[in-house]
Design a protein around this ligand. Structure first.
Ligand code: PLP
Length: 402
């Protein structure tokens, strides 16, 4: 009798990572690929940051579970300078924000409310914890936060049906839509979360990559007592492989209890965040002018490419919300549904993504991977893969008559 359990996991390899495998297979077969699936900027490490890392290479011991003081203080300063006064004691570091988010959802317990669409991993993490997420559409033209009224109705209905929603996760600016929620929507979300007694998890991992200057609508500004905010080195500084993230907890007894609970989970999951990386993070979160300039240059690059890519999709007839931050574009091929069905047999976003890969060697992710209606024809396009490549021809060919 087999002793190892072969029961199926509730999740499969993340859609984004699976797309990477498809790319490798195609390249191995000698075929050309334009990889617009995975968002990774590939911006070289700043020499000063490299130097900090090298200086800390001798730090080989495990560190404190919540992070070294220098990094917690630097993260507190990072948030304070961005309008969210923070003390180091309310900050916890982890090896990327993804495991912190998981530990948070685990600590909170209960059901998870998510915008539809939302970043793939929130739903997968909720499923790993044994709970199907409760999906709520985002306000028209926005991204990253659920519509407050719809959330109110969904949470009340879920509670009436015996479920236990306790937390809503929002993304500012958003992955997959590239949109930054308006202050109005964020305020409405905060008020509704307060009425419903929900915790808000504000994933602000693309915070420094907002293209237009202006006030940033952090939920923690309007609902400080119930918002946990997360950040990381991965997107702002293009250092995903360095694996450092941080969370900022409310300055309240509840916030402290939650941090302690996450710290307990962390002690059994990752023990400590890699020490050399924490020293690098302490430097980066101090906002030294050299790095601030590097992030600004990256932001300009992402902005100009995202807008150009959105323009290309619009020019072939898609509906595309104007990108506002991060490095994703979210075209909707619904206006071309007839032509796509006739020529390629496309009925779902997954069909559309498959045709783009098989016929054009373009890797994108279907909207359905983000919880969008499978029959919609939305795609998430990571523009970081397009730098240096002009690809309007392939896109134009997709929708051209035969
Ligand atoms: N949150 C969002 C919205 C993301 O897009 C990502 C990465 O793709 C993450 C969190 C996880 O980032 P990390 O674990 O590298 O901090």
């Amino acid at each position: 009798r087999q002793r190892l359990s072969t029961e199926e996991s509730p999740v499969t390899v993340s859609a984004t990572l699976a797309a990477n495998e498809a790319i490798a297979a195609r390249r191995a077969a000698g075929l050309e690929v334009l990889a617009l699936g995975f968002g990774e900027a590939g911006i070289p490490v700043h020499p000063l940051l490299r130097q900090r890392l090298a200086q800390a290479a001798g730090e080989i011991a495990y560190g404190p579970v919540a992070g070294i003081d220098a990094a917690r203080e630097a993260a507190a300063g990072y948030w304070t300078r961005r309008g969210l006064p923070t003390e180091a004691g309310h900050v916890l570091l982890g090896p990327g924000s993804k495991p912190i988010l998981f530990a948070l959802l685990h600590a909170v317990g209960g059901d998870v409310v998510l915008p539809a669409p939302a970043w793939v991993s929130y739903a997968a993490q909720s499923q790993l914890l044994g709970r199907e997420p409760i999906r709520v559409p985002v306000p028209v033209g926005e991204g990253g936060v659920p519509d407050a009224e719809a959330m109110d109705a969904a949470v009340r209905a879920a509670r009436a049906a015996g479920r236990d929603p306790r937390v809503v996760v929002v993304t500012l600016p958003d992955n997959p839509t590239g949109r930054l929620a308006s202050e109005r929507s964020v305020k409405a979300l905060c008020e509704t979360a307060r009425e419903l007694d929900l915790l808000i998890v504000a994933d602000e991992i693309y915070r420094d990559l907002v293209f237009e200057e202006g006030p940033f609508p952090s939920p923690a500004a309007w609902a400080p007592e119930r918002t946990v905010t997360t950040t990381s080195l991965s997107k702002n500084y293009a250092l995903g492989g360095w694996r450092v993230g941080a969370a900022r907890f409310p300055d309240s007894p509840m916030g402290t209890r939650l941090l302690e609970s996450v710290r307990g989970t962390a002690s059994e999951l990752w023990s400590s965040t890699p020490m050399p990386m924490q020293h690098a993070a302490a430097y980066a979160w101090g906002d030294p002018p050299e790095l601030v300039e590097r992030v600004a240059a990256a932001r300009r690059l992402h902005g100009s490419v995202a807008r150009a890519v959105a323009g290309t999709f619009a020019s072939v007839g898609c509906t595309v919300p104007a990108p506002q931050g991060g490095f994703y574009v979210w075209p909707d091929f619904a206006p071309l549904r007839g032509a796509l069905a006739e020529r390629w047999g496309v009925a779902t976003s997954a069909d559309l993504a498959r045709v783009l890969l098989d016929e054009f060697g373009v890797v994108v992710l279907p909207g359905s991977a983000f919880g969008d209606d499978p029959a919609s024809l939305t795609l998430r396009v990571a523009v970081t893969g397009i730098y240096g490549v002009s690809d309007s021809e392939r896109l134009a060919a997709l929708v051209a008559p035969e």
